[in-house]
Ligand binder design. Structure first.
Ligand SMILES: *[C@@H]1O[C@H](CO)[C@@H](O)[C@H](O)[C@H]1NC(C)=O
Ligand SMILES: *[C@@H]1O[C@H](CO)[C@@H](O)[C@H](O)[C@H]1NC(C)=O
Ligand SMILES: *[C@@H]1O[C@H](CO)[C@@H](O)[C@H](O)[C@H]1NC(C)=O
Ligand SMILES: *[C@@H]1O[C@H](CO)[C@@H](O)[C@H](O)[C@H]1NC(C)=O
Ligand SMILES: *[C@@H]1O[C@H](CO)[C@@H](O)[C@H](O)[C@H]1NC(C)=O
Ligand SMILES: *[C@@H]1O[C@H](CO)[C@@H](O)[C@H](O)[C@H]1NC(C)=O
Ligand SMILES: *[C@@H]1O[C@H](CO)[C@@H](O)[C@H](O)[C@H]1NC(C)=O
Ligand SMILES: *[C@@H]1O[C@H](CO)[C@@H](O)[C@H](O)[C@H]1NC(C)=O
Ligand SMILES: *[C@@H]1O[C@H](CO)[C@@H](O)[C@H](O)[C@H]1NC(C)=O
Ligand SMILES: *[C@@H]1O[C@H](CO)[C@@H](O)[C@H](O)[C@H]1NC(C)=O
Ligand SMILES: *[C@@H]1O[C@H](CO)[C@@H](O)[C@H](O)[C@H]1NC(C)=O
Ligand SMILES: *[C@@H]1O[C@H](CO)[C@@H](O)[C@H](O)[C@H]1NC(C)=O
Length: 580
């Protein structure tokens, strides 16, 4: 063996092998060295096993001396040298810590321990694993800092530490990991800046660090990363503007910086410089300016979420976005309150995968177009509340048979509620309050077996409550406050035992007595029947509503006294007067 071999052995073997190296240099046998290395591997694995205190699937039962460690569960060795190249024990519900002996597995290339309950720190000895390419420790409860010694893992490609309790900053020593492709540290407690050296890691494809406390602005240097596909920096404390060169990274498919303090406007050619964009998430920042119409050129877009910013102007047309699944512009002063504000909706009739359309709390005017019934039946969530939208609710909405949430409240919609809304078998929430709707509550609503929340308050609805509503056995809250409803309160409705949040019938023209079935509302928290023309004795069954915290019955014609049973309503906080 010559000198160059000797030096490479030294670097492979570090101090523990030095005695053996002397032996091999003396020419006794190169296998002696191999056995020594193997022995270090075996010892390291046994020490690793010792660090694990809980092994419910008995992964380690095979880790005994009667079998070669290369056959132990989760262990893979190289064919030739029989040294450990891979340790894969993901999702085995392991509890314990990672032994520093791991640093002796000097041929290790892949270490996958994700989805366990490992605790304590990442041992700095990990930095001795010069061949390590992939370190997956995500989804554990590892604490401490990212060890600076990790810089020794010169061949690292995948570093996945997300979903742990790591603290401190992203160490500058990571700048030596020049082959890094995946850097994933989301859901930890990291602070400090997004270090500019990341822009030097030219192989980087994934930069994922959401849900930390990273601050400062997004560094310019990121625009050097021509291979960057996935940027996820949401839910941090980032501020400043996004460097315009970053928008030139044409490989980017995922751009998520939601829930930060970032300001500035979007470049006009965004959809051309980001042609591969699939997820564009800016929600809850301080962005201003208009939505660039060029976004529509990024025809792979599936998710656009820009809620909670200060975007103004028109919502552009999205005709090329046939893969769009989510569009959320919630809480932005978008629109001009003008007739053509909703014209962009037409372009969405081509989006055959549309699931969520949330354009609520904008400043959109115009008439609700009939063609919304031509949206894809994949639509589950349709929120347009808190705008200035006029017109009627088109009956064809029942085509959207997968709809789960329909929010139209706080607009200027008029006309009657279409009977066929009762066909929306998946509907869980229907909020139509704060409009000028008239006519009856459709009988067909009794078919809405999944309905959890029905809010029709502050309209001009007439007629009586259909008793069929008593069939809505999933209903938790029913709000009919401030309408012109009349007739007797159906026992089926006031006795609907699923109601547990609230039932508000106040400010209508209901007559007759309060049905004794009110006693079925054993889980109800709030009952309001004030300002009607209810009469008769207050039923003593009311005393069965043991969860009531709020009760208002004032301004009616109830007779007699408060039933003594009401004394049992221990949680009651607010009890308003009982008669006119
Ligand atoms: C070693 O593990 C093998 C495989 O699980 C098992 O069959 C054997 O009984 C074990 N031997 C000892 C001594 O525990
Ligand atoms: C580990 O968890 C991630 C999500 O955190 C999941 O995508 C992955 O499938 C899980 N892996 C295993 C092996 O359970
Ligand atoms: C392996 O690593 C441990 C801890 O880092 C060290 O104490 C030990 O001497 C090393 N060598 C062997 C052969 O286990
Ligand atoms: C974390 O791992 C556990 C155990 O494998 C798994 O049940 C859980 O879903 C994972 N959590 C996440 C967020 O991936
Ligand atoms: C960490 O790296 C430093 C500097 O390279 C070195 O002195 C130290 O021994 C390393 N620690 C371990 C545990 O390998
Ligand atoms: C790194 O991760 C990617 C994507 O998960 C995978 O395709 C690749 O094989 C991994 N590389 C290594 C060395 O584990
Ligand atoms: C961020 O910092 C605040 C204040 O120090 C702390 O309350 C919060 O838990 C931190 N969040 C994370 C994800 O580290
Ligand atoms: C990036 O690499 C260049 C050239 O190697 C070096 O001059 C510069 O300091 C590095 N930048 C950072 C922020 O590490
Ligand atoms: C983006 O790239 C184009 C074409 O390569 C170039 O003309 C333009 O100046 C770049 N913009 C920025 C802000 O770097
Ligand atoms: C972007 O889309 C618009 C409208 O569809 C079209 O007029 C324009 O030519 C497109 N630009 C590019 C660069 O594809
Ligand atoms: C729908 O797509 C077709 C074919 O790509 C196109 O011709 C049509 O203009 C699109 N319609 C809308 C409303 O965008
Ligand atoms: C509506 O959006 C504005 C910003 O445009 C926001 O300030 C306000 O809180 C939102 N209103 C509601 C009820 O969420």
């Amino acid at each position: 063996m010559g000198h160059s071999n000797l030096s490479s052995l030294v670097s492979l073997c570090s101090t523990i092998c030095s005695a053996l190296i002397v032996v091999s240099v003396l020419g006794i046998a190169s296998t002696t060295y191999a056995i020594g290395g193997k022995e270090a591997d075996r010892l390291a694995l046994l020490e690793f096993k010792k660090g694990i205190t809980h092994d419910p699937f008995m992964v380690f039962s095979s880790w005994n001396n009667s079998i070669d460690f290369c056959e132990w569960r989760g262990v893979t060795c190289g064919h030739r040298h029989r040294r450990v190249t891979k340790l894969h024990l993901a999702a085995k519900e392991l509890v314990g810590s990672i032994s520093p002996f791991i640093g002796n597995l000097s041929f290790l290339r892949i270490l996958k321990l994700q989805n366990n309950s490992l605790i304590h720190e990442i041992p700095p000895e990990i930095g001795r694993l010069r061949r390590l390419r992939s370190l997956a420790l995500h989804n554990n409860t590892i604490s401490g800092r990212i060890p600076t010694n990790i810089s020794g893992c010169m061949h690292m490609e995948n570093l996945s530490l997300a979903n742990n309790n790591l603290v401190g900053e992203i160490p500058v020593e990571l700048s030596s990991l020049s082959k890094l492709k995946i850097f994933s540290v989301g859901s930890n407690r990291l602070k400090g800046i997004i270090p500019p050296f990341l822009g030097n890691l030219s192989s980087l494809e994934v930069l994922s660090a959401p849900l930390n406390n990273l601050s400062g602005s997004i560094p310019h240097s990121l625009s050097n990363l021509m291979n960057l596909k996935y940027i996820a920096l949401g839910a941090n404390l980032l501020s400043g503007t996004i460097p315009s060169q970053v928008f030139n990274l044409s490989s980017v498919t995922n751009f998520d910086v939601g829930v930060n303090q970032i300001h500035g406007s979007l470049p006009l050619d965004l959809g051309i410089t980001f042609p591969n964009l699939e997820n564009f998430a800016l929600s809850m920042n301080k962005f201003t300016g208009s939505i660039p119409p060029s976004i529509s050129n990024a025809s792979n877009l599936r998710f656009i979420t820009i809620a909670g910013n200060y975007f103004t102007g028109n919502v552009p047309s999205w005709e090329k976005l046939q893969k769009l699944q989510w569009l959320s512009t919630t809480d932005n002063p978008l629109g001009r309150g003008e007739a053509d504000d909703l014209s962009f909706l037409f372009s969405l009739t081509n989006a055959t995968f549309l699931e969520l359309l949330a354009i609520n709390n904008n400043s959109l005017g115009g008439v609700l177009p009939k063609y919304i019934s031509n949206f894809s039946s994949t639509l589950k969530v349709f929120l347009i509340d808190a705008n200035n939208i006029e017109g009627i609710i088109p009956s064809g909405i029942s085509n959207l048979f997968n709809l789960e949430r329909l929010y139209l409240r706080d607009n200027q919609l008029s006309g009657t509620i279409p009977h066929d809304l009762g066909k929306l078998q998946q509907l869980q929430e229907m909020l139509l309050s704060g409009n000028n709707l008239s006519g009856n509550i459709p009988d067909s609503f009794g078919n809405l077996s999944q309905l959890i929340r029905l809010d029709l308050k502050s309209n001009n609805l007439q007629g009586s409550i259909p008793s069929s509503l008593g069939n809505c056995q999933s209903l938790l809250s029913l709000d009919l406050y401030n309408n012109s409803l009349s007739g007797a309160i159906p026992p089926q409705v006031i006795g609907l035992s699923s109601l547990s949040v609230y039932l508000d019938l106040s400010q209508n023209h209901f007559t007759g007595s309060l049905p004794i079935e009110v006693g079925n509302l054993k889980n109800l928290g709030a009952l309001y029947v004030s300002e009607n023309m209810l009469s008769g004795e207050i039923p003593s069954s009311l005393g069965s509503c043991i969860k009531l915290e709020y009760l208002a019955m004032d301004e009616n014609f109830f007779l007699g006294t408060i039933p003594s049973s009401l004394g049992s309503l221990r949680g009651l906080q607010q009890l308003v007067s009982f008669s006119k």
